[in-house]
Design a protein around this ligand. Structure first.
Ligand code: CAA
Length: 397
């Protein structure tokens, strides 16, 4: 594996609070099946005001980074669409909070939920040119559409941290990837708006069309090799989106004859439950959602093994997509032991719909110039201690 580049370590973080989707549906006068079956969402992560994209990213990275990484990482790439500053990147805080050596570049990248993949590809190409160095990629977001909006059941919050190296112990990423850009307003977040704006049904359509397009390009380039893909993971704005994307593929023209195509797609559909386990309990995390799904699949799918090829579909509204592939490396499951999983997700604290609404409104009304926060005794991890004259100060406990 010495000539390969890819994901050496990966971990995710999501805040400690969640709201139950059945309770949310009942509070909104909606049939709960719409959320739990129609969108395939069971729980939704809720972020308190003393956490933000920086603390979530640092809490994800803290689980995997060691002293060797600290001295070898010289690219800190932060992908988000929940940025709180036009100029100073969230990566600068991460660089300091994680004590990464100073001769590093730290910066933020943006293109909706695709930004995480843009960051990952930059990191991979950087390590290809600098094989003795490592890169840290953080994807961190707070998905917000507004109370009682149609996007409300597709909110959430979370982050993923990945360390990229030339001796990856999880996924060796293949060089050939398939990209697609097309300019549209399906989902966007104007600078003045605390919530995203969305043309929901159009965004679903554009997502599916984009997946079909890059799949067809991959098929043209790879031919039969595409049939050797063991499983696909998808960007998950809500977890049913993965099934919808594969359904769209069944309707599209591909090179396979109908019988082969439907058995192939049925196989990929069968792999989805493991890949959506965590997303069902967290909700949308924008840039992090694809990579939380990737972790979910690796940790919860017991049929996968080293040598299997995985397809990863990244979609960012506006709209940019990329389909890429990687091979699972021998010993990958041991390498994932560090990151949190189903047990930790089950140990979070459930809050009522009223408490969720209060936290949502508090964030909207928060004084972002000067503020200090009461952190619960039980909280562990990085947190936002105060904002003083527009300067954010973080601590760890
Ligand atoms: N029982 C079971 N299923 C039910 C049901 C019930 N009682 N009622 C409705 N459903 C099903 C519907 O049939 C539908 O399923 P299909 O899509 O498979 O047909 C599903 O539940 C949702 O129903 P609607 O389409 O009627 O729901 P809606 O009009 O409220 O909109 C939404 C849903 C478009 C996802 C909306 O929540 C939204 O706008 N979310 C934000 C945008 C989004 O997530 N877009 C996804 C693609 S864009 C992207 O990926 C980038 C990103 O991260 C934002």
């Amino acid at each position: 594996m010495s000539n390969t580049i890819g994901i050496d370590k990966i971990a995710f973080y999501t805040p400690d609070y969640y709201v139950d989707m059945v309770e949310l549906a009942e509070a909104r006068g909606i049939d709960p099946n719409k959320y739990t079956i129609g969108l395939q969402q069971d729980l939704m992560a809720v972020i308190p005001v003393w956490e933000d994209i920086v603390t979530m990213g640092a809490n994800a990275a803290q689980q995997i980074i060691d002293d060797a990484d600290r001295s070898l990482i010289d690219q800190v790439i932060f992908a988000t669409e929940s940025s709180f500053d036009y100029s100073k990147s969230a990566a600068t805080y991460i660089h300091r909070l994680l004590d990464i050596q100073p001769q590093a570049a730290s910066f933020e990248v943006k293109q909706a939920c695709y930004a995480g993949t843009a960051g990952l590809m930059m990191a991979v190409n950087y390590v290809r040119l600098n094989p003795n160095r490592r890169a840290l990629v953080i994807t961190s977001d707070i998905a917000r559409y507004g109370l009682e909006s149609s996007g409300e059941p597709t909110q959430g919050a979370g982050a993923v941290a990945m360390i990229i190296s030339n001796q990856p112990r999880i996924l060796a990423i293949e060089e050939e990837t398939f990209k697609y850009s097309t300019e549209h307003y399906d989902f966007w977040r104007p600078s003045h708006s605390p919530v995203a704006l969305v043309d929901g049904h159009f965004s679903n359509e554009l997502y599916m069309d984009s997946f079909v397009k890059v799949f067809q390009d991959a098929e043209e380039a790879m031919g039969r090799r595409l049939a050797t893909i063991s499983a696909f993971v998808f960007h998950l704005p809500y977890t049913k989106m993965a099934k919808k994307a594969l359904d769209a593929l069944s309707e599209a023209e591909t090179q396979l004859d109908e019988k082969k195509r439907s058995s192939q797609i049925a196989h990929w559909q069968d792999q989805l439950p493991a890949a959506i386990e965590y997303g069902r309990r967290i909700g949308n995390t924008y840039t992090a959602a694809l990579y939380i799904s990737f972790i979910s699949m690796l940790k919860e799918n017991e049929t996968l093994k080293a040598g299997d090829r995985i397809g990863l579909f990244s979609y960012g509204s506006g709209a940019v997509s990329e389909l890429f592939f990687g091979e699972l490396v021998e010993g990958y499951s041991g390498q994932l032991a560090e990151t949190i999983g189903l047990e930790e997700l089950a140990n979070r604290q459930q809050i009522s719909v009223a408490e969720y609404e209060q936290l949502f409104t508090e964030r909207d009304q928060m004084d972002t110039t000067n503020a200090s926060f009461d952190i619960p005794e039980t909280y562990q991890g990085f947190y936002l201690r105060e904002i003083d004259e527009n300067r954010r100060y973080y601590d760890f406990k």
